[in-house]
Design a protein. Sequence first.
Length: 96
Amino acid sequence: MKLSLDEVRHVAELAKLELSDEEISLYAEQLSAILDYAEQIKGVDTSQVPPTPYVLPLSNVMRDDVLGECLSNEAAVANAADAKDGYFRVRAIFDE
């Protein structure tokens, strides 16, 4: 598929790229070659290839979620820069 120079200019404009006329000519050739290769790939028969969500085998490396002992409120706020009545105090963001 051969891209015109105007099509490359349009794509460059959408991407907010400022390209010289030399760059536009170069990219027209390169993008056309990429599109031609994509057309070739579309012609490959993949009917006998099973759908594969991942190329490499994956396994879950996370540990099981096990219920454990929770921190007390006092321990949770013990190292807080500012705490009051068992709550973390932070600077207000919105005026009320």
